[in-house]
Design a protein around this ligand. Structure first.
Ligand SMILES: [Zn+2]
Length: 291
């Protein structure tokens, strides 16, 4: 007697692929309704497979999936967005890989995270869309990291002291990665594991954390500031995940290649905006806005 096969349709982004047997692949996908899920694409390694082209990394696809005892089986796939521009640029590919690896690392299988799905699509579309340079793409990654941390309940505390609860002042404060945020000088100065964080780095972190991407687009940081902010967030992510993300090495290797177009400004934390007809948000205001 034929067993009844239950199928379901879902949108998905391909986060990861690995070969399985001579013909098949196991895909880690992220979906709006089921969160992360592992699926098998039978026959997708064969060059004649009609499915294969749709199941590239980063693709946004519509899938028909048959339930099975181990991995559910992809029986039909149609590309919704293939992010072709992104695929033509190594810098964008490395950042898309990073975005996908972050989502993979922070989410569990079969837990619904619709907001993360929206963020992931926004991330891939942004990396696909912009004429923006490497510095803008890096700023976008910092924004993406802070948004993902917030959605997953790991937002670092950047506004009030983790010790006394007082609003942080625009002075040198103390960052504690394991504690998940910042302490005021009184609480943090002698605390083990705390490190000084300068005013500008904290201002920029707060500004990125509290704004939507549209409001940040056009913000230019000096190389020194961008590196300081990146260092804080990278180390915070490693503290939470307890492992380094592989695609960060890829990004760093590309950065060392001569084609990298870094924007290098004065040392310190000068923040400038490029050509904009309306007044851009001012990260210097971020301390004033704290109540
Ligand atoms: Zn304090």
């Amino acid at each position: 007697m034929a067993e009844r096969i239950h199928s379901y349709r879902t949108r998905a982004v391909i986060l990861r692929r690995r070969n399985y047997s001579d013909a098949d692949r196991i895909l880690t996908v992220f979906t709006p309704g089921f969160g992360k899920r592992m699926l098998i694409a039978k026959g997708s390694r064969k060059t004649t497979s009609r499915k294969a082209g749709h199941l590239e990394l980063f693709n946004h696809v519509s899938l028909l999936v048959a339930q099975a005892r181990s991995w559910d089986i992809i029986t039909e796939s149609v590309t919704v967005e293939s992010f072709l521009k992104l695929r033509g640029d190594l810098n964008s590919i490395s950042r898309a890989a990073y975005v996908c690896e972050l989502v993979d690392a922070f989410t569990a299988e079969d837990d619904e995270y619709e907001a993360v799905w929206e963020l992931l699509l926004l991330g891939l579309r942004n990396l696909d869309g912009g004429p923006g340079g490497v510095a803008e793409a890096d700023l976008f990654l910092r924004w993406f990291e802070l948004q993902l941390l917030r959605l997953m309940g790991f937002q670092p505390e950047l506004f009030v002291c983790l010790g006394c609860g007082e609003g942080l002042q625009p002075v040198e404060n103390f960052l504690h990665l394991n504690a998940g945020g910042v302490f005021c000088p009184q609480c943090g100065r002698t605390m083990q594991g705390a490190e000084p964080v300068n005013v500008s780095t904290l201002k920029i972190l707060r500004h990125i954390a509290r704004n939507q991407w549209d409001a940040l687009n056009g913000l230019q940081l000096t190389h020194a500031s961008a590196m300081a902010v990146e260092s804080v967030l990278q180390r915070y992510l490693v503290t939470i995940l307890e492992h380094r993300l592989k695609s960060t090495d890829f990004i760093h290797r590309l950065r060392q290649s001569p084609a990298g177009s870094k924007k290098i400004g004065d040392a310190g934390a000068h923040v400038a905006f490029r050509g904009s007809s309306h007044s851009p948000p001012d990260p210097e205001d971020s301390f004033k806005e704290v109540d």
